[in-house]
Design a protein around this ligand. Structure first.
Ligand code: PMP
Length: 318
């Protein structure tokens, strides 16, 4: 994964475009101590044929960011479309002609000790060049984590709250130390929730199944995109229902979805082969469709994309 910012990267910080080296927060910043921030992850794909950089579903990401900010009573002064335009401007100022990853971060910014937050809020948007998060071309090996997914009544998992990601960091670290590519979380009552940084689907007896939002998942934008592609292109309705751990072992196909992982086949769970131990046909087709759609090659899905360099290309037709 390449996600390092060069020294001359321009970021949006404290309502201005500044070089990344000038975007600094104080050591007493509330969010640094208590995790009181919400973040997003958005991808942009460079399409050399059209000389275009496409941001993928930026308005949906910013709508989620604003809603999650409200969970923490963090106020974001701009609308979701304004934030999407600001991000396109940030890409242009950096002159990016490569795949990118956008990291919006809103946080409680008071400089003082004390866990109860006040109304001092700030936000930043950073865009960096970005390649593969996980190389999933030949399928991933996943392991069920010994860490449980956080409960909505403890820390809302749907909130993409900074502090909540300790849960994902613990599970992801454990998985990698055990030789897996990614962790699979169970809920406290033992149902499959999601990966440490992605949603999960299974294919069983021809049905496409994914855990419901009430099983403590993040309501993924890629998850919704894949459900739409399955419905419209494969005539396959997704069942949202709880999934038992043992269904992972008997499923025909299992895959992850997420902005970073995209559509990532899982060929092994807990060292047991999934199906035939190779990438299954439904996963392969959804992966192909998602790839094509996010590169602007499927007219029906151009409405998902914000072109950075030629905004007139925005195609609102479904
Ligand atoms: N679950 C978790 C815990 C995540 O961090 C992510 C990444 N944002 C996802 C699922 C996938 O969400 P999305 O498709 O919106 O990136």
């Amino acid at each position: 994964m390449q996600a390092d910012a060069a020294n001359n990267t321009i970021v949006y910080f404290e309502n201005q475009f500044v070089p990344i080296g000038e975007a600094k927060v104080g050591i007493l910043t509330h969010a640094l101590h208590y995790g009181t921030g919400v973040f997003e992850g958005i991808r942009g794909y460079w399409e050399p044929a059209g000389n275009e950089l496409y941001l993928v579903r930026p308005v949906e990401h910013y709508q989620r960011w604003k809603a999650n900010g409200a969970l923490l009573r963090l106020h974001l002064p701009l609308s979701a479309p304004e934030l999407a335009q600001l991000t396109a401007e940030l890409c242009r100022r950096n002159g990016y002609r490569t795949n990118v990853y956008v990291r919006p971060l809103a946080y409680k910014s008071a400089q003082r000790i004390g866990v109860a937050p006040d109304d001092r809020d700030a936000f930043a948007i950073i865009v960096v060049p970005y390649g593969d998060y996980l190389d999933s071309r030949n399928g991933l090996r996943a392991g069920v984590s010994s860490w449980r997914r956080i409960e909505d009544n403890a820390i809302p998992g749907r909130g993409k709250i900074c502090g909540a990601y300790v849960n994902s960091a613990l599970a992801g670290d454990e998985a990698r130390r055990n030789g897996y590519d990614e962790a699979i979380f169970l809920t406290e009552d033992g149902h499959v929730a999601e990966g440490a940084s992605c949603n999960l689907f299974i294919v069983r007896h021809g049905a496409l199944i994914t855990p419901p939002p009430t099983d403590n998942i993040l309501e993924g934008i890629t998850r919704a995109a894949v459900m739409e592609l399955a419905r419209r292109e494969l005539h396959l309705e997704t069942q949202e229902r709880s999934i038992d751990r043992s269904e992972l072992y008997v499923a025909d196909e299992v895959f992850f979805t997420g902005t970073a992982v995209e559509v990532a086949p899982i060929i092994e769970v807990d060292r047991r082969p999934v199906g035939a131990g190779a990438i299954g046909p439904v996963t392969a087709e959804l992966r192909r469709l998602y790839f094509e759609a996010t590169r602007g090659r499927l007219p029906a899905y151009r409405r998902w994309l914000l072109p950075v360099y030629h905004p007139a290309r925005m195609d609102k037709a479904a």
